[in-house]
Design a binder for this molecule. Structure first.
Ligand code: CP
Length: 315
């Protein structure tokens, strides 16, 4: 695996899930695999879970992780090609990336969508430069359009808690005060479409995601109808794809509460975190025994470790 952005990069999901179960049972079994290997984790944006789970996964595999906070610890990096660099960025990615590649064996990159220029974000302009110029395997730690380590952890969590062979999984839009990227809902849709689940997406009109990620998923604009009989409810806010990056609605009736959960089949509640309580989900739901937000976050170590392990096996 030379890069990890999409579900197809991991290959057959049953094998990936079986490997995840092995890694979870015995996280230190591959400690010698990463000996004398270095992973550099580059963060253009804030993080709690991704930063810590990626470092923990690397340590479990015997690798040495180095974290770089771009815009904080290093020179501010210019990301656009062909620009006159008379602004406040003294270094271009074009030099920085091969330099970073020369110091390590693997790279993880967090670079959120800017939500200003859809083409720039949806062309994955930043992470694709890392793939092209680093000469090293590259993992998306949430880039312009995808958050694959999160979606893989979500699928692991669903499989661990599902009593049904083909559970009903509902991803619902929920209100938020800021415009948020599409990476988490895009990846969740991509991975659920590839998994053996009955997948439904519900959101107010205007919040349609990129059709290439929605795929064959059923879209239901009536949230209560979508929730009927659900086994898993996955809440997330996202901004408009069509009116790129805009907030079109602040409809608080979409906040996930016991009202909607009552029509599910005693569904589990999921969210990638960080979550705004009583905007995305009520205290009552997130604090209930059916909330999976903590095991879901814990599985971020497992998903990252499977990806890094597979990359190490090919180095
Ligand atoms: N879910 C997730 O990626 O969390 P962080 O932004 O804290 O890394």
């Amino acid at each position: 695996m030379k890069s990890f952005l999409h579900v197809q990069d991991i290959g057959p999901l049953d094998a990936a899930l079986a490997e995840a179960a092995d890694v979870k049972r015995n996280p230190f079994a591959w400690k010698s695999l990463g000996k004398n290997k270095t992973i550099i984790l580059i963060f253009f944006n804030n993080s709690l879970r991704t930063r810590l789970s990626s470092q923990k996964a690397a340590l479990n595999l015997g690798m040495d992780p180095i974290v770089l906070n771009v815009n904080g610890d290093s020179w501010k990096l210019e990301t656009e090609m062909g620009v006159v660099m008379d602004g406040d960025s003294p270094e271009h990615l074009r030099e920085a990336i091969p330099v970073i590649g020369s110091y390590c064996d693997m790279i993880g990159v967090r670079s959120f969508a800017g939500l200003k220029d859809r083409d720039f974000d949806y062309n994955e302009t930043i992470i694709n430069q890392f793939i092209e110029y680093s000469g090293k395997p590259v993992i998306s730690l949430e880039s312009g359009t995808v958050h694959p380590c999160q979606a893989f952890a979500d699928l692991i969590t669903i499989r661990e808690h599902s009593l049904k062979k083909r559970p009903k999984v509902v991803m619902t839009w929920a209100p938020h005060p800021r415009a948020l990227p599409h990476a988490v809902p895009n990846s969740f849709a991509e991975w659920m479409n590839a998994a053996d689940v009955d997948f439904v997406i519900t959101h107010p009109e205007g919040y349609e995601l990129d059709p290439s990620f929605v795929g064959d998923a059923r879209v239901e604009y009536d949230q209560m109808k979508a929730f009927e009989g659900a086994d898993f409810v996955y809440a997330k806010n996202w901004s408009s794809y069509t009116h790129y990056g805009r907030i079109l609605s602040d409809d608080r009736t979409w906040t996930v509460s016991s009202r909607q959960m009552a029509v599910t089949d005693n569904a589990f509640f999921m969210h990638c975190l960080p979550v705004r309580r009583n905007m995305i989900v009520t205290d009552e739901v997130i604090d209930s025994p059916r909330s999976l937000v903590i095991p879901e976050a814990a599985n971020r170590v497992v998903s990252a470790q499977v990806v890094m392990k597979r990359m190490l096996e090919e180095i």
